[in-house]
Design a protein around this ligand. Sequence first.
Ligand code: ZN
Length: 626
Amino acid sequence: MKKPFLTLFINIVFLGCVFAQNPRFQQHVSYKMEVEMDVKTFKYKGHQEIVYTNNSQDTLYRVFYHLYNNAFQPNSEMDIRLQTISDPDRRMVRTFTKEGKNVTESRIKDLTPDKIGYHKISNFKQDGKSCEISVEGTIMEVQLAHPILPNSKTILSLDFDSQVPEQIRRSGRNSSERVALSMTQWYPKLAEFDFEGWHTDPYIGREFHGVFGDFDVKITIDKNYTIGGTGYLQNRNEIGHGYEDKGIEVKHSKKTKTLTWHFIAQNVHDFAWAADDNYIHDIFIGENGVELHFFYKNDEKIKENWKALQPKTNDLLKFFNENIGVYPYKQYSVIQGGDGGMEYAMCTLITGNRSLPSLIGVTAHELAHAWFQGVLAFNEAKYYWMDEGFTSYIADLAVSSVMEKSLQEDENPFQTSYNNYYYMARSGKEQPLTTHADRYELNQIYGIAAYSKGTVFLTQLGYLIGRENLNKTIKRFYHDFKFTHPTPNDFKRTAERVSGANLDWYLIDWTQTTNIIDYGIKSVEESNGKTQITIERIGLMPMPLEVEVAYEDGHLELFYIPLNLMRYSKPNEYAVPRKTLGTWTWSHPTYTFTIDTPKSNIKAIDLNPTQLMADVNPDNNYYVKE
Ligand SMILES: [Zn+2]
């Protein structure tokens, strides 16, 4: 009797431990792909093999793949969205006047069969056994031949027969700047399954989420084409094209028609590339020996800017290394391609016909994504505001730094983000940041929410816990959560650990609601030679306050009113002397404090002197002596 009881006991303890220790599992993929590209027809064929490790406690009976190319077909969800949204992405539509009216028309709607994108999948096997697949738009569902048990591996293989679409968005052939191949979202990609479940978002317009792992990719292409992309080229001295070691001369015989490029990338969640037969390829050895590669069209108009960009990219790399954490790969490529700027693992595709400040600006933003989208790897469909907001925040600081614009301590370099947010909050069209990226009524509101409200989330967090604590939070967050797909709550918890403040209320109100901040000065009254100042909370969202009082004799004083929900008092980082008052409990609509001086001695009062609190109605923030 004893023995079975003991076994049962051990099982319970063991299972208990497994569940307790592994709530945040991560799947793992190891891709092997061999691809042949026909540069004349834009058709390509490939074989893919994935070693998939199920680290979850779930038994998986089916898996899902993204077939992004299929979005670029008439009547796809992407096409219908373009036809029905009132402010479509201008890159994706044709705009013209018809009977005196401005008309926009989806560019996908009229794609002919030779210009659409597609993936035709065949020969799907799991551990050598055929599986049943079904495709709906950009998602393929696979009924597995046998279930994948927890903590086990399986091999998934398939063949794909594909066509590169006309460049409509991000990926495609013959970009507006004549780059032949922008190969992003170009292969059948296993969907992510994580502690939040399956992420099988159809490709409608917004961004991505993927499984971390390794890629081993062989691309066979016309020998005149230069490839830049994710991963380290394994056969540099065989390929040449600017990759060869110093002193090596690579010559391809006349008989050679194609070259097979072999790339390997480790610990990434995507693989992208671009190719052109008229690229210049420069390598700049950057900070920590990181190779910065630049691929741009051999065009006199842009050459000078692309040369000047190279040391600036290294300055940006240094800035991000210092202010976020060390870039963990040994290579990063800035590639002319795509249709604006889009971040990928170890590289970016950007448009290249730009002024130098614009070229540096877009590179700063996309390179910053390498830390947030690439390494931390937020789910861009759900937590886009972290990805775009954090990226914009750090890139704005980096650009100011590398462009040698001096940043004054109390100046707000994020004014545009605040102004955009105010516009949105007052528009009546705002949707909370918990909205799925594809489910915004308007592209414009998505943009402001993701980039501007996301940026203000951070700058305003600096207002709450102090700038130094904010800087420490960003670094600690990167250190603690790299390669793990963290969530908003992970960031909030890091800020709490660093500062000691309770911040649940901030994450909730700022990201899960459209509550606004509006405080106002209700009255300034004299009684018995003292001055009573009453402030009212008009908006639903609470905030601690920093009230700056300017006296007639010219000196300034700051009154800090802590918020009860924070259980915290912020360190004083300003030169102005500060008095900390009693906490303001949220449900009380007003708060009164007394200054030991007659009203006539007070020249002015400002509720938001740093402008870091996103108070949507500034008109009631001031008192000025009549
Ligand atoms: Zn971005």
